[in-house]
Design a protein around this ligand. Structure first.
Ligand SMILES: [Zn+2]
Length: 65
């Protein structure tokens, strides 16, 4: 990852630490760019993981029933 890459979330100026699929990130955040790969800072990545995990859990619960 390039240095000085900024988080792609609107209004966020933190340095990016992770890259995630843009379409997934767009479901959760509003992004600065129309990008296929969204760069996320530590905080936003944490939130991204939390949200995507929750979705998966809901799916799993639905499956079990
Ligand atoms: Zn951020």
């Amino acid at each position: 990852m390039k240095e000085n890459q900024e988080c792609d979330v609107q209004g966020c100026k933190n340095p990016a630490v992770k890259t995630v699929p843009g379409e997934k990130a767009r479901e959760i955040f509003s992004l600065k760019n129309e990008t296929r790969r969204a760069h996320l800072c530590k905080e936003h990545y944490k939130e991204f993981k939390k949200r995507t995990k929750k979705e998966k859990e809901i799916e799993r619960l639905g499956w079990v029933r």
